[in-house]
Design a protein around this ligand. Structure first.
Ligand code: ZN
Length: 168
């Protein structure tokens, strides 16, 4: 994931002080020149560094989805979404969607961040919301299947024309 302010890479970090202490956040690698952060609200756990994008590891972890494993998925959810959206290999992106995104994605702020980012390419028949979130119908069709209610509601209210198409 890239910084929307300066386009450098974002890094997953653990906050060490203040109200967000022991919670993971995405911070800009250009810090202290750039102060962009994206909070995950996910508490510290020991699995996060292993999870990332390694498919073998995520299948192993899925056999026993403890709280730590689920938190690891949630902390790294931006990477899963990014790969899901850009991957051209159907078996791979469906695997990511079915096993991680559909059951565990629950962060509306992260969804807004992703939909405003360059991950959504302008060549793919996008529509743009009043607040600059971009989406295309195929992506909408997947994301409304996410189990979390706040994600469904956000999508329905932000992209009413797609929502109507999907539900009729
Ligand atoms: Zn930055």
């Amino acid at each position: 994931m890239r910084c929307p302010d300066c386009n450098r890479q974002l890094d997953l970090k653990l906050c060490s002080k203040g109200v967000f202490r022991n919670l993971y956040f995405w911070g800009c690698t250009n810090f202290p020149n750039c102060h962009f952060i994206l909070n995950t609200h996910v508490p510290e756990n020991e699995y996060t560094d292993q999870i990332k994008m390694n498919l073998d590891i995520f299948h192993t972890l899925l056999r026993e989805p403890t709280d730590e494993v689920v938190n690891g998925f949630k902390a790294n959810m931006g990477l899963y979404l990014e790969h899901f959206i850009t991957c051209r290999w159907g078996a791979h992106f469906n695997d990511l969607f079915d096993n991680i995104i559909q059951p565990y994605f629950d962060d509306v702020n992260l969804l807004k961040f992703i939909l405003k980012s360059d991950i959504i390419r302008s060549e793919s028949n996008i529509i743009v919301s009043d607040y600059g979130e971009k989406i295309f119908y195929e992506l909408f069709r997947y994301l409304v299947k996410v189990e979390d209610k706040s994600i469904k509601e956000y999508l329905a209210s932000t992209f009413p024309e797609f929502n109507k198409r999907f539900c009729t």
